[in-house]
Design a protein around this ligand. Structure first.
Ligand SMILES: [Zn+2]
Length: 291
Protein backbone atom coordinates (compact mmCIF):
# COMPACT_ATOMS: atom_id res chain seq x y z
CA UNK A 1 0.00 0.00 0.00
CA UNK A 2 2.79 2.40 0.94
CA UNK A 3 4.60 1.59 -2.31
CA UNK A 4 1.53 2.48 -4.35
CA UNK A 5 0.91 5.62 -2.31
CA UNK A 6 4.49 6.79 -2.74
CA UNK A 7 4.04 6.55 -6.51
CA UNK A 8 0.71 8.32 -6.84
CA UNK A 9 0.92 10.96 -4.09
CA UNK A 10 2.85 13.62 -6.03
CA UNK A 11 0.65 13.72 -9.15
CA UNK A 12 -2.58 13.03 -7.22
CA UNK A 13 -2.09 15.87 -4.73
CA UNK A 14 -1.09 18.34 -7.45
CA UNK A 15 -4.11 17.32 -9.54
CA UNK A 16 -6.43 17.77 -6.54
CA UNK A 17 -5.07 21.27 -5.88
CA UNK A 18 -5.43 22.25 -9.53
CA UNK A 19 -8.98 20.87 -9.62
CA UNK A 20 -9.87 22.77 -6.43
CA UNK A 21 -8.43 26.02 -7.73
CA UNK A 22 -10.21 25.54 -11.05
CA UNK A 23 -13.56 25.07 -9.27
CA UNK A 24 -13.07 28.31 -7.35
CA UNK A 25 -11.73 30.19 -10.36
CA UNK A 26 -14.63 29.08 -12.56
CA UNK A 27 -17.20 30.10 -9.93
CA UNK A 28 -15.65 33.50 -9.22
CA UNK A 29 -13.91 32.64 -5.93
CA UNK A 30 -10.26 32.14 -6.89
CA UNK A 31 -8.80 33.63 -3.68
CA UNK A 32 -10.87 31.39 -1.42
CA UNK A 33 -10.13 28.36 -3.58
CA UNK A 34 -6.43 29.16 -3.55
CA UNK A 35 -6.26 29.48 0.23
CA UNK A 36 -8.23 26.28 0.80
CA UNK A 37 -6.07 24.27 -1.60
CA UNK A 38 -2.75 25.79 -0.47
CA UNK A 39 -3.29 25.43 3.27
CA UNK A 40 -5.13 22.11 2.76
CA UNK A 41 -2.14 20.74 0.87
CA UNK A 42 0.20 22.01 3.59
CA UNK A 43 -1.85 20.25 6.28
CA UNK A 44 -2.02 16.97 4.35
CA UNK A 45 1.72 17.03 3.72
CA UNK A 46 2.47 17.75 7.39
CA UNK A 47 0.41 14.70 8.33
CA UNK A 48 2.00 12.48 5.69
CA UNK A 49 5.49 13.54 6.81
CA UNK A 50 4.73 11.89 10.16
CA UNK A 51 3.22 8.76 8.61
CA UNK A 52 5.61 8.06 5.74
CA UNK A 53 8.73 10.22 6.03
CA UNK A 54 11.55 9.98 3.52
CA UNK A 55 14.17 10.69 6.23
CA UNK A 56 13.21 10.04 9.84
CA UNK A 57 16.20 12.18 10.95
CA UNK A 58 14.53 15.21 9.35
CA UNK A 59 11.55 14.85 11.70
CA UNK A 60 13.67 16.24 14.56
CA UNK A 61 13.22 19.88 15.49
CA UNK A 62 16.04 22.04 14.09
CA UNK A 63 15.17 25.09 16.21
CA UNK A 64 14.26 27.06 13.09
CA UNK A 65 10.48 26.62 12.92
CA UNK A 66 9.65 30.17 14.02
CA UNK A 67 12.22 31.60 11.61
CA UNK A 68 10.82 29.45 8.77
CA UNK A 69 7.30 30.70 9.45
CA UNK A 70 8.48 34.31 9.90
CA UNK A 71 10.33 34.34 6.55
CA UNK A 72 7.29 32.79 4.84
CA UNK A 73 4.92 35.32 6.42
CA UNK A 74 7.20 38.26 5.58
CA UNK A 75 7.36 37.18 1.94
CA UNK A 76 3.60 36.79 1.77
CA UNK A 77 3.13 40.18 3.45
CA UNK A 78 5.47 41.96 1.03
CA UNK A 79 3.74 40.29 -1.94
CA UNK A 80 0.36 41.38 -0.59
CA UNK A 81 1.60 44.92 0.01
CA UNK A 82 2.96 45.24 -3.52
CA UNK A 83 -0.34 43.95 -4.92
CA UNK A 84 -2.29 46.47 -2.82
CA UNK A 85 -0.05 49.39 -3.78
CA UNK A 86 -0.33 48.36 -7.42
CA UNK A 87 -4.12 48.33 -7.23
CA UNK A 88 -4.19 51.64 -5.29
CA UNK A 89 -2.18 53.53 -7.89
CA UNK A 90 -4.39 52.12 -10.62
CA UNK A 91 -1.78 49.87 -12.13
CA UNK A 92 -2.51 46.17 -12.39
CA UNK A 93 -0.31 44.59 -9.76
CA UNK A 94 0.51 41.49 -11.70
CA UNK A 95 -0.46 41.70 -15.34
CA UNK A 96 -3.01 43.26 -17.70
CA UNK A 97 -6.51 41.75 -17.44
CA UNK A 98 -6.44 40.92 -21.15
CA UNK A 99 -3.61 39.37 -23.13
CA UNK A 100 -1.33 41.73 -25.00
CA UNK A 101 1.66 41.52 -27.31
CA UNK A 102 2.02 38.21 -29.04
CA UNK A 103 0.52 36.09 -26.26
CA UNK A 104 -1.66 33.30 -27.81
CA UNK A 105 -4.91 34.32 -26.10
CA UNK A 106 -6.97 32.06 -28.36
CA UNK A 107 -5.32 28.92 -26.94
CA UNK A 108 -7.25 26.87 -24.33
CA UNK A 109 -6.55 28.04 -20.78
CA UNK A 110 -4.59 24.88 -19.91
CA UNK A 111 -2.27 25.41 -22.87
CA UNK A 112 -1.75 29.07 -21.94
CA UNK A 113 -0.91 28.09 -18.35
CA UNK A 114 1.52 25.44 -19.61
CA UNK A 115 3.19 28.05 -21.81
CA UNK A 116 3.37 30.50 -18.89
CA UNK A 117 4.99 27.80 -16.76
CA UNK A 118 7.62 27.14 -19.43
CA UNK A 119 8.52 30.80 -20.07
CA UNK A 120 8.20 31.78 -16.40
CA UNK A 121 10.46 28.85 -15.52
CA UNK A 122 13.16 30.33 -17.74
CA UNK A 123 13.23 33.38 -15.43
CA UNK A 124 13.02 31.24 -12.30
CA UNK A 125 15.82 29.01 -13.52
CA UNK A 126 18.25 31.86 -14.08
CA UNK A 127 17.28 33.70 -10.90
CA UNK A 128 17.96 30.50 -8.96
CA UNK A 129 21.13 29.59 -10.83
CA UNK A 130 22.56 33.08 -10.31
CA UNK A 131 21.67 32.67 -6.63
CA UNK A 132 24.22 29.84 -6.56
CA UNK A 133 26.83 31.09 -9.00
CA UNK A 134 26.91 34.85 -8.32
CA UNK A 135 28.37 35.62 -4.90
CA UNK A 136 26.16 38.67 -4.29
CA UNK A 137 22.93 36.74 -4.84
CA UNK A 138 24.21 33.70 -2.91
CA UNK A 139 24.26 35.86 0.24
CA UNK A 140 20.46 35.99 0.28
CA UNK A 141 19.91 32.52 -1.17
CA UNK A 142 22.13 31.00 1.55
CA UNK A 143 19.29 31.63 4.04
CA UNK A 144 17.21 29.00 2.23
CA UNK A 145 20.13 26.58 2.02
CA UNK A 146 21.06 26.91 5.69
CA UNK A 147 18.28 24.44 6.61
CA UNK A 148 19.51 21.08 7.88
CA UNK A 149 16.26 19.24 7.21
CA UNK A 150 13.74 19.33 4.40
CA UNK A 151 10.09 19.55 5.34
CA UNK A 152 6.98 21.35 4.27
CA UNK A 153 7.34 24.19 6.82
CA UNK A 154 10.64 25.51 5.43
CA UNK A 155 9.40 25.59 1.82
CA UNK A 156 8.89 29.37 2.02
CA UNK A 157 12.03 30.12 4.00
CA UNK A 158 13.58 32.63 1.61
CA UNK A 159 15.17 35.97 2.37
CA UNK A 160 12.71 38.58 1.10
CA UNK A 161 15.31 39.84 -1.38
CA UNK A 162 15.51 36.31 -2.78
CA UNK A 163 11.73 36.23 -3.27
CA UNK A 164 11.66 39.65 -4.95
CA UNK A 165 14.57 38.63 -7.15
CA UNK A 166 12.90 35.40 -8.29
CA UNK A 167 9.45 36.96 -8.76
CA UNK A 168 11.02 39.78 -10.79
CA UNK A 169 12.73 37.35 -13.14
CA UNK A 170 9.69 35.08 -13.58
CA UNK A 171 7.15 37.87 -14.02
CA UNK A 172 9.34 39.91 -16.34
CA UNK A 173 9.56 37.04 -18.79
CA UNK A 174 5.81 36.31 -18.59
CA UNK A 175 4.78 39.96 -18.81
CA UNK A 176 7.16 40.67 -21.69
CA UNK A 177 5.21 38.06 -23.61
CA UNK A 178 1.93 39.76 -22.71
CA UNK A 179 0.46 36.99 -20.54
CA UNK A 180 -2.93 38.02 -19.06
CA UNK A 181 -3.52 38.30 -15.33
CA UNK A 182 -5.56 35.11 -14.93
CA UNK A 183 -2.85 33.03 -16.59
CA UNK A 184 -0.15 34.62 -14.42
CA UNK A 185 -2.20 33.91 -11.28
CA UNK A 186 -2.62 30.28 -12.39
CA UNK A 187 1.14 30.06 -12.82
CA UNK A 188 1.78 31.53 -9.38
CA UNK A 189 -0.74 29.17 -7.75
CA UNK A 190 0.79 26.09 -9.36
CA UNK A 191 4.27 27.30 -8.38
CA UNK A 192 3.29 27.38 -4.72
CA UNK A 193 1.67 23.90 -4.86
CA UNK A 194 4.73 22.41 -6.56
CA UNK A 195 6.98 24.20 -4.04
CA UNK A 196 5.29 22.47 -1.08
CA UNK A 197 5.38 19.11 -2.86
CA UNK A 198 9.04 19.51 -3.82
CA UNK A 199 10.22 20.38 -0.34
CA UNK A 200 8.23 17.88 1.73
CA UNK A 201 9.86 15.04 3.62
CA UNK A 202 7.63 12.28 2.27
CA UNK A 203 8.62 9.05 0.60
CA UNK A 204 7.50 9.85 -2.94
CA UNK A 205 8.67 8.05 -6.07
CA UNK A 206 8.03 10.20 -9.09
CA UNK A 207 9.38 7.97 -11.87
CA UNK A 208 8.94 9.50 -15.29
CA UNK A 209 7.76 12.78 -13.73
CA UNK A 210 11.40 13.36 -12.75
CA UNK A 211 11.93 14.20 -16.42
CA UNK A 212 9.17 16.82 -16.47
CA UNK A 213 8.72 18.45 -13.08
CA UNK A 214 10.85 19.60 -10.20
CA UNK A 215 10.22 16.76 -7.73
CA UNK A 216 11.37 15.92 -4.18
CA UNK A 217 13.74 13.30 -5.61
CA UNK A 218 15.52 15.96 -7.67
CA UNK A 219 15.33 18.76 -5.11
CA UNK A 220 16.97 16.76 -2.30
CA UNK A 221 20.17 16.70 -4.32
CA UNK A 222 19.89 20.46 -4.70
CA UNK A 223 20.21 20.80 -0.91
CA UNK A 224 23.43 18.77 -0.72
CA UNK A 225 26.33 20.48 1.08
CA UNK A 226 28.59 19.49 -1.78
CA UNK A 227 28.32 22.26 -4.43
CA UNK A 228 28.98 19.69 -7.17
CA UNK A 229 25.72 17.99 -6.21
CA UNK A 230 23.91 21.08 -4.94
CA UNK A 231 24.51 23.41 -7.88
CA UNK A 232 22.02 21.39 -9.92
CA UNK A 233 18.26 20.99 -10.37
CA UNK A 234 17.42 24.70 -10.30
CA UNK A 235 13.92 24.19 -11.71
CA UNK A 236 11.05 25.49 -9.59
CA UNK A 237 8.17 23.76 -11.39
CA UNK A 238 9.70 22.16 -14.46
CA UNK A 239 13.07 20.54 -15.05
CA UNK A 240 13.12 21.50 -18.72
CA UNK A 241 15.72 24.26 -18.50
CA UNK A 242 18.01 22.10 -16.32
CA UNK A 243 17.89 19.47 -19.03
CA UNK A 244 18.65 22.02 -21.75
CA UNK A 245 21.44 23.75 -19.82
CA UNK A 246 22.94 20.52 -18.45
CA UNK A 247 22.23 20.98 -14.73
CA UNK A 248 19.74 18.15 -14.17
CA UNK A 249 21.18 15.69 -11.63
CA UNK A 250 19.66 12.42 -10.44
CA UNK A 251 22.31 9.71 -10.06
CA UNK A 252 21.00 6.17 -10.16
CA UNK A 253 21.49 3.83 -7.21
CA UNK A 254 22.44 6.51 -4.67
CA UNK A 255 20.45 8.31 -2.02
CA UNK A 256 21.00 12.03 -1.57
CA UNK A 257 22.88 12.99 1.62
CA UNK A 258 20.96 13.24 4.89
CA UNK A 259 23.35 15.88 6.22
CA UNK A 260 22.17 18.77 4.06
CA UNK A 261 22.82 22.51 4.38
CA UNK A 262 25.69 24.85 3.61
CA UNK A 263 29.17 25.12 5.07
CA UNK A 264 28.85 28.93 4.94
CA UNK A 265 28.12 30.68 8.22
CA UNK A 266 24.50 31.81 8.36
CA UNK A 267 23.09 33.48 11.51
CA UNK A 268 20.77 31.39 13.67
CA UNK A 269 18.33 34.19 14.53
CA UNK A 270 15.67 35.76 12.31
CA UNK A 271 16.97 39.34 12.43
CA UNK A 272 20.52 38.16 11.83
CA UNK A 273 19.28 36.21 8.81
CA UNK A 274 17.52 39.30 7.47
CA UNK A 275 20.71 41.33 7.90
CA UNK A 276 22.98 38.59 6.53
CA UNK A 277 23.23 39.66 2.85
CA UNK A 278 23.63 43.34 3.74
CA UNK A 279 26.49 42.51 6.12
CA UNK A 280 28.16 40.14 3.69
CA UNK A 281 28.15 42.35 0.64
CA UNK A 282 31.28 44.23 1.66
CA UNK A 283 33.14 41.11 0.61
CA UNK A 284 30.84 38.70 -1.25
CA UNK A 285 32.35 35.22 -1.19
CA UNK A 286 31.34 32.51 -3.63
CA UNK A 287 29.50 29.52 -2.25
CA UNK A 288 31.76 27.42 -0.07
CA UNK A 289 34.41 30.10 0.19
CA UNK A 290 32.99 31.94 3.20
CA UNK A 291 34.76 31.71 6.49
ZN1 LIG B 1 19.06 26.85 -4.32
Amino acid sequence: MRGLLSRILWPALLALCIAGYWLGWASGHPVLAYNVTYFGLGAVLLLLEQRMPYETVWLKNDGQILNDVAHTALNKGIGQMLATVGTFVGVSAVAPAAASGWWPADWPLAAQVALALVVGEFGLYWAHRLGHEWGVAWQWHAIHHSVTRLWVVNTGRFHFLDSLWKAGFALTVGLAMGAPKDVVLWMLAITTYVGLLTHCNIDMRCGILNWVFSTPELHRWHHSRDPVEGNTNYGENLILWDMLFGTRYLPAGRRPPVDIGTDDTVPHGFLGQLAHPFRSWSKPPLRGEAD
